[in-house]
Design a protein around this ligand. Structure first.
Ligand SMILES: C[S@@+](CC[C@H](N)C(=O)[O-])C[C@H]1O[C@@H](n2cnc3c(N)ncnc32)[C@H](O)[C@@H]1O
Length: 370
């Protein structure tokens, strides 16, 4: 008889797996981040370390209880408090990772990936990098065979972003490079004219990058902007329109409202993150072509010189972060990467961010009377 083993499970060799995939499977290992959720839905993220413990005012949990256990295990601390243990998803990681600048929220990252049509293998440029939250989603979308060149003007932010990217991908990502400097100056030196498929900007003054974007973006390429205020949105849209090398811009915002689901009490959560930012998307026309809208109605920007002076970090509400805080975030971001697979030093718990930063906080936790 001819016994042949037929497997319907496609199991690529480890080296063929998408970057970091192997590190997301199997039992918990030293150096990994684990998200603990208690019976009231409160979350804490810890980095598994030999000999360390997760302390609360209700006892402590030795990391040894988790090392070697299956994902999804439920473990008890010294006073019997139960915790469900899971690897953080990308969305969890982004909300709890060390940060310097404000991050792009998962809901906006999802919109950016879809509406800018970021696909596996795409050549993408991005600025600024900030804490690297959006870079992580972009790398996931372009994949190991893609290309993401990120530009950041501040060295401390670049260091935080690098630490965060290397933590979630379990080392350097093969598709990623990061350059220091102003996007508008550096991208034209680094990328050949018309060679980029997608441009993603999350910065104070995207309109300053218009010429650089028009130079590097391929005809038909997508340029998406994420801006926090209406004044930035309007300035960027008018600059794109007046330039004529791009299609009519489209703008929108997204609001995600969580729901409370408990028996017959099924209703929207009382609280939500109501505003994050606006998205503005346009596409590059063929070389030498002028947009139909500009042909029909020659336009010029309505902004005066005083207006142009007004876009400062302070006036659009950007919070400045102290150098000390940035140095600490950079240390935290790189410390997690360094502990992977090594004996780790005592590791502080990284708490969930405050309510305004958490899109996943349970309704019960926020509304005890719910
Ligand atoms: C809000 S943060 C970006 C956050 C990032 N997208 C994330 O999800 O973590 C804005 C960043 O843009 C950087 N930046 C502003 N203008 C820039 C420019 N012209 N070129 C490069 N970086 C710039 C700032 O230093 C800051 O780090």
């Amino acid at each position: 008889m001819d016994f042949r083993y037929v497997s319907n499970v496609i199991s690529p060799e480890p080296q063929d797996r998408p970057h970091g995939a192997a590190a997301r499977r199997g039992p918990f290992r030293v150096g990994e981040r684990v998200q603990l959720t208690d019976e009231r839905g409160r979350m804490n993220t810890i980095t598994l370390t030999d000999g360390a413990a997760f302390h609360t005012h209700k006892g402590f949990l030795n990391h040894e209880e988790l090392i070697g256990k299956s994902e999804g295990s439920i473990v008890a601390n010294t006073t019997g408090q139960l915790y469900q243990a899971l690897r953080p998803l990308l969305s969890d990681f982004v909300l709890s990772m060390p940060r310097g600048a404000a991050v792009v929220y998962p809901k906006d990252a999802g919109q950016i990936i879809t509406m800018a049509d970021i696909y596996p293998g795409a050549r993408v440029v991005e600025a600024g990098v900030g804490s690297g939250a959006l870079s992580i989603s972009l790398l996931r979308a372009v994949g190991d065979q893609g290309y993401l060149h990120s530009f950041e003007r501040r060295e401390e932010f670049a260091a935080i972003a690098r630490g965060n990217v290397e933590t979630i991908f379990d080392g350097p990502h093969p598709a990623w490079q990061i350059s220091l400097g102003d996007f508008q100056d550096e991208v034209v030196k680094a990328e050949a004219p018309g060679s980029v498929d997608r441009v993603v900007l999350d910065m104070l003054a995207p309109w300053e990058c218009l010429d650089a974007v028009a130079t590097v973006l391929a005809p038909g390429g997508v340029w998406i902007n994420y801006v926090a205020t209406v004044t930035q949105l309007s300035r960027t849209a008018e600059a794109i329109r007046a330039d004529g090398r791009f299609t009519e811009p489209d703008a929108w915002e997204s609001m995600v409202r969580g729901w409370h689901l408990e028996g017959l009490a099924v209703r929207p959560n009382h609280r939500m993150v109501a505003h994050t930012g606006f998205l503005l998307v346009t596409r590059k026309l063929a070389d030498g072509v002028t947009s139909l809208a500009l042909k029909r109605r020659p336009s010029k920007t309505e902004f005066s010189d005083e207006d142009l002076e007004a876009w400062t970090p302070g006036s659009v509400g950007e919070r400045s972060v102290s150098d000390k805080k940035l140095r600490r975030a950079a240390r935290d971001a790189s410390a997690t990467t360094q502990t992977r697979g090594h004996v780790a030093p005592a590791q502080p718990t990284v708490p969930r961010p405050a309510a305004e930063d958490s899109v996943q906080e349970t309704d019960q936790a926020q509304n005890p009377d719910a």
